[in-house]
Structures are given as structure tokens and as C-alpha cells.
Design a protein around this ligand. Structure first.
Ligand code: DHB
Length: 305
């Protein structure tokens, strides 16, 4: 094992970084480019059963310390997207199929279909902050999270990750529910619910009014959530939210993440961010005498140092 290699829920990653769902993952070609740029794994765009046009524009607004978006889960549907997954697999790194649905049955069936299309694992998007009837509307109920995970696990062979919402009183309760349902790992966090207003137009900027906040602004929330989840469950946690530097990734790993995802920084800095973050993690490890990433996981917890 080279020093950056990690194993997460049976997936072997050459380094602990993954492309987060929703950025640069519309096509197989764009996912291949990110794999070539050095990501340890790729998470696809969130895919549904049928094609969806998404919300009206403007659907993204750049803020001072992050992005606010309400794309509305636009996607071509699993039938058309299956070939993009096949193409992405040529990158030689694990591909994780992100899925969303309006019912447990639909989500479980999609979990089966993305693995059938070639995905090495599934990420259940139980946490889109604003699409009516999808995501966080079902993903903030521990009972729903448990039974969705249970059904998805029954339908598919691949490892199942539950991506959870921070827009809840206790993300630890959601994580415990996912673990009870048999999820192999947790991904935290999805975006925070937010709004920006155009003071000249005197109206919300986004077509959908409310959107999901990502980027550096949400990092302390993400680190806190990973810290709480790590204490609540035994299954691995993948940390995501505002990672731009190697130090940001190390913070998540010290909170308890076995790997991390990068999304908004790929949008702002380009896919080169993966090799930059990996170089910085390597330097930190050398400077602090760590031989493996695993040794760093959870060290910020009392009794773990
Ligand atoms: C969308 C989905 C998400 O899971 C999220 O965090 C933000 C936006 C969307 O497609 O609108």
C-alpha cells in the first residue's frame, strides 16, 4: 500500500479524495477527466428513473464563501445515463452511482440499476435540500432512512452509502438509522438550505428561491457533523463540505472521515484540485510522521490520539 491508499467499504482508493456528486459529472468524458486529474474515486451526478429538466434559471449563484444552487436534480434518467457510467469506468478508479427517488421502491430499483450499469457502489442522495418529494424531505426521517437503506441493500450487491442532510436537529440519529438499515457507509454532508436576495430586484436570486449552500462557508458544519457521526456509528464516514486544501481534508479525517469528497472546489479551481490536495496531505503526513491515512482517522476524538 502506498501511503495515500485507503480502503472504504471494500473499495480500494489510491488516495482518500473523491469527486462529490453534482460537479463535472454530467458525462462519462467529464468524469474520466476528473479521474485522470487524480481523484481516488468518482461519484456520479444524482440519477433518477426518468429524465428531469430541473428548476428554472438562475439555478446557481456564486457567493463570497460558497455557492448556492437549486439545479432541481436535472438528469437524463438511468436508461440514458448508463452509458456515461460505463465510460467513466475507463478511468480506472471506483465509480459510485448517486441516485435519488420519490419512493423507497424507486430508490432501491435505481441502486440496482446503477450497479448493473457498472458502478462499484451506490450513494443514496437522501438529502437534496429543496426538490419537493425527494431528498431531504424523506431523508430527515430516521424511519425512512432506515427502511430505504434496508431495501436498497436487499436489491443490490454493491456497497451502499447514505448521503445525509445537515438540515436536521440530529444528523447522528440519521446516521444510526442508516447503520440499522444496513448501509455500509455514511457520506456527510449535503448542502445547507439557504437563500440570497437581489436587493435591486427585491426578490430571491434563484429561480427556485431556496437552494443548497456549499463551499468553504459550510466546512465547520461538515466537520462537526462528521465528528458527531463518528461517535454514533461503527461504519465508515466520508466527509464532504468546503474542502479546498490538504489541511481541510485532514480536518475531516481527524474528525473521523475515512475519505473525503470535493465538489465546489472542483468548480472553482478545476480538477487540478485533486492532485494539489493529495500533495498537501502527503506533506502533512511526512511532517507529522504518519505512515498511513488510516492512522489519522478520528484522532481529534478524546482518547484517540
Ligand atoms: C441539488 C441537489 C442536491 O443534493 C444539493 O445538495 C443541492 C442541489 C439540486 O439538484 O438542485
Amino acid at each position: 500500500m502506498t501511503h495515500l491508499e485507503v480502503e472504504v467499504c471494500g473499495l480500494r482508493l489510491k488516495n482518500p479524495t473523491m469527486l462529490a456528486s453534482g460537479v463535472f459529472d454530467e458525462t462519462g468524458k467529464s468524469m474520466l477527466a476528473v479521474a485522470k486529474a487524480g481523484a481516488g474515486a468518482i461519484v456520479t451526478k444524482s440519477i433518477g428513473m426518468e429524465p428531469r429538466p430541473g428548476h428554472p434559471n438562475p439555478s446557481v449563484v456564486e457567493l463570497e464563501h460558497g455557492l448556492l444552487n437549486a439545479m432541481g436534480l436535472p438528469n437524463p434518467g438511468i436508461k440514458l445515463y448508463a452509458s456515461e457510467i460505463k465510460e467513466a469506468k475507463k478511468g480506472g478508479v471506483p465509480v459510485i452511482g448517486s441516485v435519488f427517488g420519490g419512493t423507497e421502491e424507486e430508490i432501491a430499483e435505481l441502486a440496482r440499476l446503477v450497479v448493473e450499469a457498472g458502478a462499484d457502489a451506490v450513494e443514496l442522495n437522501l438529502s437534496c435540500p429543496h426538490a419537493k418529494g425527494y431528498g431531504a424531505e424523506i431523508g430527515s426521517s430516521p424511519e425512512a432512512v432506515e427502511s430505504i437503506c434496508k431495501l436498497a441493500k436487499r436489491r443490490t450487491k454493491g456497497p451502499v452509502f447514505a448521503k445525509l442532510t445537515p438540515n436536521t436537529p440530529s444528523i447522528a440519529d440519521l446516521a444510526r438509522a442508516a447503520e440499522r438499515g444496513g448501509a455500509d457507509g455514511i457520506v456527510a454532508i449535503n448542502t445547507l438550505k439557504g437563500m440570497a436576495i437581489d436587493t435591486d430586484a427585491k426578490m430571491p436570486i434563484l429561480g427556485n428561491k431556496i437552494g443548497g449552500l456549499s463551499g468553504p462557508a459550510v466546512k465547520p458544519v461538515g466537520v462537526r457533523c462528521v465528528f458527531e457521526i463518528y461517535e454514533a456509528v461503527r461504519i465508515p464516514v466520508v466527509g464532504v463540505g468546503g474542502i479546498v486544501t490538504g489541511r481541510d481534508a485532514i480536518e475531516y479525517i481527524m474528525a473521523g472521515a475515512s475519505a473525503v469528497q470535493i465538489g465546489t472546489a472542483v468548480w472553482s479551481e478545476g480538477p487540478i484540485v485533486f492532485s494539489k490536495v493529495c500533495k498537501e496531505i502527503s506533506k502533512f503526513m511526512k511532517d507529522n510522521q504518519y505512515q498511513t491515512v488510516k492512522e489519522i482517522v478520528g484522532v481529534a476524538h478524546p482518547g484517540k490520539r
